[in-house]
Design a binder for this molecule. Sequence first.
Ligand code: CA
Length: 232
Amino acid sequence: RWPSTLRMPRILLVEDETAIADIVLHALRAEGFQAEHCLTGGDALRLARQEAFDLAVLDVGLPDIGGFALCRELRRERDLPVIFLTAQNAEAERLLGLEIGADDYVTKPFSPRELVARVRVVLRRLQPASPMPAVDAPGFLHDEPGKRIRYRGHALDLTRYEYGLLAALLQRPGAVLSRAQLMDRVWGNALDSGDRTVDTHIKTLRAKLRDVAPDADPIRTHRGLGYSLDVG
Ligand code: CA
């Protein structure tokens, strides 16, 4: 079930066989979705200009412009998740559909229940907020494109290895990264590095953080495991 505070997703169905369309519409509406139906690509384009949809279910074999071309047209204005209804044994159709960026496809004949399940999966996948929001390490501000990190308002003057280590830790605050993981992230396949290398650079990094905040020490050592960044 969708949270009742949210607007129910609006689905555009384009299918020229009314018998199939009726079943699909019924199944979608029974699940609480708002669903509109068009018989042709032309009608769908006109309707999509007037109303915003969250997802489109497009029959590949339409009488006027065809599902793939319709998909392209619909997406010209704005991004729209699409599930194609493809003919049985039409491998080429499925491949082409995926190639042009279909989110999924359902092969005819299909059960309406299966289609509704696919619709749900695609919509859920696109929901922006993940149930677990990323935790931020307090005090840090990471300018990733500029490869700069500020700590408690101070721009840190880091070597590239110190920056790499801190950036790796900042990517997943609270998570313990082993020396091997950090080596891999920061040094890649460099040959001249050993376990001590990570420790050495963590030490200089800590000193720089201590210069900013003498008592904070946000990098935590996990004996035998690795390092993590405190989430406060
Ligand atoms: Ca058709």
